[in-house]
Design a protein around this ligand. Sequence first.
Ligand SMILES: *Cc1c(COP(=O)(O)O)cnc(C)c1O
Length: 484
Amino acid sequence: MTASQGTTGLILNEPLLWERGKPGRTAFSLPRRDVERKALDPRHAGPGPDFPDLSEVEVIRHYTRLSQWNFGVDTGLYPLGSCTMKYNPKTNERQASLPGFAGAHPLLPDELCQGALELMAHLQELLAEVTGMDAVSLQPAAGAHGELTGMLIFAAHFRNKGEKRTKILIPDTAHGTNPASCALCGFRPVALKSNERGVVDPAVVQELMDEETAGIMVTNPNTLGLFEENIQEVAEIVHRNGGLVYCDGANMNAVMGIVNMKAIGVDVLHLNLHKTFSTPHGGGGPGAGPVCVTRQLEPFLPVPRVVQEGGAYRLSQDFPLSIGKVHAFHGNFGVLIKAYSYILSMGEDLKKVSQLAVLNANYIKERLKDVFHLPFDRPCMHECVFTDKKQQAHKVTTLDMAKRLMDYGFHPPTIYFPLVVHGAIMVEPTETETREDLDRFIEAMRAIAREAQEDPERVRQAPTKPKLRRLNEAEAARRPCLAG
Ligand SMILES: *Cc1c(COP(=O)(O)O)cnc(C)c1O
């Protein structure tokens, strides 16, 4: 071990476990053996894993220290736009770890897991009510997986009608997963240019919508944090031409209990339970991307589906038009429990969640728009998008300012997305932040804007306070050092 233990007070350096320990050290003590030592049958004895020899306290300190380097919503404001990094009430974790749920085996016969099936059936009803849609599948394991499921449903619908449609319209503000999901299902994504207000233009849809186009995949609110104000007109055009409307509902946090998705013309919608409905996410942890559809498309939903018969629940495969299974068993059940717990504990306040999320984003937008360029100066939904246009004069970029925010103790927002905005800085505060924390964030952003003018080099050198300085990202991507 070469580096010293402490760098900044009690923020400790931590070597790899392989660099720690001494041969023969163990994590437990057992009474002395009172039987003779015997060699393993050589047929079963391999070389053995190459694990270091460590004491229990060495292992515990190692992982506890690593956990202290982490930043998460439990540590502070995490304004990552498009990700809805809100605080997740701990009661949800408690419900998800109830032994009856946590210990249930997915192969239990229906009669022995009535509670779990009832939870799924009731959660489907609640999600249908929140979105205004008719029927729900909980199987998809993520937002992108919900998109894929939705596109498979589109394909099954047109196959069933004997129509061959090959294209899907996708606005240029879309999340990258949207065109990918279309392409995976054999559709060709066609880019739709947004208008000067940052939303889809019905005239452009009218021009492109033909008999070979299966429909549109639109995110609402979109990734600029703007409500697609022409959605009804767009949906009418698509429907008139025999197409379907898919809505990427990853931004549902802005409109829960406020927008009825079916009423505005949506045929298929996915939700991100791990964003809107309060499951901790990031780092690729388990998620859930339920798909909500209209009655017309219900026959195509994945199987098995929960059905109720004579007061009991059972899983049914009896849906001949179904696209089949999209995930092992019933999706990520633990995430479903957390969403259920969240919805029941919030009750009617779910609507207030969205109102506060929108209020917080507009507060930040209004308090920063004199120092950062705001490409769309109009009321936003749950997130707002700035750019580095004003700071370019001092050769300070979005990346520099994001890094500098770390010196002020904040996780940076999403940067350089959506791609249609040059140098985008996308802030999503969520509803769970207090006025004081929002003000602290605003003050930090304003201080950085000031520094960009008065001491730009300082911003370009950031970060200076975290454990590591600015990393060589190209090198890290091309030659990752997996050994530590
Ligand atoms: C997060 C997000 C997705 C993808 O969701 P995953 O769960 O990460 O697969 C898709 N679209 C939008 C707009 C998103 O914000």
